[in-house]
Design a protein around this ligand. Structure first.
Ligand SMILES: *Cc1c(COP(=O)(O)O)cnc(C)c1O
Length: 382
């Protein structure tokens, strides 16, 4: 295997390590830390520090690097979203912070475009908010949004996607303009919008108040993330955090979403590394892997091969295989299953959004593309 000692520790525990040919998915562990991030985290272990101060300094550093007002490190993008909804409902009221998820007396509706409903919107009602759809399956107009806003509206949610822009949904600019007219905060899920790197500050600069990122996509442990935005709203996020629970004895909803000081230090190190690294080199390495597998599977009868080399966002550089079972003699799901059954297991998936079998490059260690290509060809040629 390409990495010496690959998977040893898991063997000791009786768990079979796998080759990750899906990407940055939580299912398989989400991310790999870089040597720089690992070193920063290791150094953080040797001393204790007041976590409130560490959060503020690390968040301040990140905010400066991104050119935004404020940033707060969280237990993943999911927690960034939960804490943002709590902030939107409780605002500066500590009684409300401690009362959630009971929202009595608070504006507690979060508005989302019907076409933007997605896997992670479960985070939005976790702190007690009600998720209210506006628009239809065909799309959304500004009038739809205006009509949906009322006294109970706590925030507007927006799902940022720079790669696949849907012209039938309102743009982030439209949502922000209307939100500001009504003095309502905008929460953005920008979890994977980490490249081009300008996108890590973009939505906050446009006027979004709380913008969530998953730092699993930039090489921290996958349990970390952050929310960036305006000072007013990030301060309110902070009131709901696990640190506030301990430091201020105000028992907010964020207590179970704890992170450790190593992770806080690791996120700051990862943001710095991500903003200063040579991304052409990073992308070129992904391209080498993709091209190797693409060449190996191109020309197999019944297999249509599409390579996605768009570097926008996270978990990029994917091969999509559409398999004609009648010609190839095997279905996409069976190919996925056979790869998983091999030794070592190779995990791919039938992509739930685009259809077709997805082979992703981001989770592959250097050299693993050789084995993936070999085994894929063997299974497809049966
Ligand atoms: C991964 C992801 C999340 C959840 O982020 P975590 O950091 O895993 O909590 C939310 N939204 C989107 C779009 C994601 O890709």
């Amino acid at each position: 295997m390409a990495v010496p000692g690959w998977g040893d520790i898991y063997d000791e525990l009786g768990v079979t390590p796998v080759i990750n040919a899906i990407g940055s998915v939580t299912l398989l562990g989400g991310s790999q830390t870089s040597p720089t991030v690992r070193e920063a985290m290791e150094r953080a272990n040797s001393a204790y520090v007041p976590l409130a101060e560490l959060e503020d300094k690390a968040g301040g550093l990140i905010a400066d690097m991104l050119g935004v007002e404020s940033a707060y490190i969280t237990s993943g993008a999911a927690s960034a979203l939960v804490l943002s909804t709590a902030a939107a409902m409780a605002r500066d009221n500590d009684d409300f912070v401690a009362q959630l998820p009971d929202t009595t007396g608070m504006a507690d509706e979060i508005l989302i475009q019907k076409k933007q409903r997605y896997h992670y919107d479960r985070t939005l009602n976790f702190a007690g908010a009600k998720l209210i759809e506006y628009g239809t399956d065909e799309g959304t107009s500004e009038e739809d949004l205006e009509a949906a806003i009322n006294d109970k509206t706590a925030a507007l949610h927006y799902v940022a996607n720079e790669k696949i822009k849907d012209p039938s949904v309102l743009t982030i600019e439209q949502v922000i303009t209307i939100a500001q007219k009504h003095d309502i905060p905008v929460i953005v899920d920008a979890a994977g919008q980490v490249y081009p790197t300008e996108n890590m500050g973009k939505y906050a600069k446009l006027g979004a108040d709380m913008v969530a990122y998953g730092t699993k996509y930039i090489g921290t442990p996958h349990s970390a993330g952050m929310v960036v935005g305006s000072k007013t709203w990030i301060d309110r996020v902070r009131l709901n955090s696990f640190i506030s629970f301990e430091e201020r004895r105000v028992r907010g909803i964020g207590r179970p979403q704890k992170i450790d000081r190593q992770e806080i230090v690791g996120v700051a190190a990862a943001v710095r590394e991500w903003l200063t690294m040579n991304h052409e080199e990073r992308i070129a390495k992904l391209d080498v892997k993709l091209t190797h597998i693409e060449r190996a599977v191109t020309g197999i009868p019944g297999v249509k091969v599409e390579a996605d080399r768009d570097p926008t966002g996270a978990s990029v550089f994917n091969l999509f295989l559409t398999i004609d079972e009648k010609v190839c003699g095997i279905s996409e799901n069976e190919v996925v299953a056979q790869l998983k059954d091999g030794d070592p297991p190779i995990w791919t998936r039938v992509n739930p959004y685009f259809g077709g079998m997805q082979v992703g490059m981001v989770g592959l260690n250097d050299g693993e593309e050789q084995l993936v290509a070999e085994r894929l060809v063997a299974v497809l040629k049966g």
